[in-house]
Structure formats: C-alpha cells, structure tokens
Design a binder for this molecule. Sequence first.
Ligand SMILES: [Zn+2]
Length: 218
Amino acid sequence: MILKEIKNRLVVFTCVFLVGCATKPPHETGTFKPSDLVELIKLDSTLRLDIRYATSNNLVGRPVYNEARAFLQRPAAEALVHVNDELKQMGYRLLIFDGYRPWSVTKLFWDITPKESKKFVADPKKGSRHNRGCAIDLSLYDMTTGKEVQMPGVYDEQTERSYPDYKGGTDEQRKMRDLLRSKMEAHGFTVFEYEWWHFDYNDWRSYKIQNIQFSEIR
Ligand SMILES: [Zn+2]
C-alpha cells in the first residue's frame, strides 16, 4: 500500500513537470446546454451515498474529493429519481458512488492507471462523461437488510468481473446486476461496456466538460 502511494505521488509529480502534459480540460466547440448541476440528495433524500472518492477506499488509495457529495445535470438527476422510485417498490434503493467529477480528477485517474488497465478510465484529452455531469456510478442496496447488494464484482475493480455481460458470479449476483441495468436503461441511461456500475445519460453530448469543484456548485 505504501509502495502504491509512493508510485501515485511520483506519477503526479512527474506529470506536473512534463512538457506537453495537459493540465487544462480539452477545448470544445459547438453549442451546449447551460450547466444545471443539482445535488442528488436534494432531489431525493432516499438515495444513499457512498462517495468512495471522498475516502481512502478507492483506486487512488486516498481521498480525491474534499466533500462526500454527488451531482448530475438536472434531467439526468430527475431520471435517476424515477429509477429509485421503481426500485423501492421492489425492496431496493440506489447506492451512489459518484456523479459529476471535476476534470482534474479524471486526469489524476488516467495518470496513475497502468497502460493495461486504461480501458477502465477516461482519457483526459477527451474528458469523461462524468465531467459533463451526465454519468453516474452506482449500485443497489437492500431496504430490508440495509446492506449493499452483492454484484458479480466490486466497484472500480479492474477485471473482467466488471463487464456488464460477465457470465461468472452467482445467479443472484447477475440477477441484481441485470435488474440495475434494466431499470437504468428504461430511464435514458446506457451502461458502459466495461463497468456494470457506470451509466451515461443519453443526452451527455449536450453538456460541456467542466472542472469546477463541488464547493463552487450553486
Ligand atoms: Zn463512472
């Protein structure tokens, strides 16, 4: 763990001083809708948050957010509330790991991820749909037990268990994964081909990449 931390720091340190290492989000042209990021729990207080990037329990091994909060563009957030409502009737609720993500954090993930695992992270030259406030990482929790539902793999795992069509795991784990996917797809989201927990809101192209911090969102 200490070695991993040293390596992470070294990569970030090296990157800062490398010529040509992008430190700003890509320039985008075209017309975009105005950003309207909303805090998810203000729209639906029954959503449960587990913002891993505000803790050390994440792929970086240290917090990368100062605040454990989650935001999405308003239409995506409203669609998510519909998903949560439908799941409640079945005894489940949504468990949110991450929503809008400042571009600088996407850049950090890219820099610390080894080449063979790059498909699990977004290229900062293109930005992530999280940077547009139109992607969400989430799972389910069981209202009876109050516990996170077991899926075929865990959040941010960089193995084939993360693929939404992975055939391994138990019948129950695949059933839960497929339930989450079907409800999200019914409300305008598309699953990422390598991560069962990551969904893009279908109107993501309408919103620009942003780099504002949570504390700056009004
Ligand atoms: Zn994601």
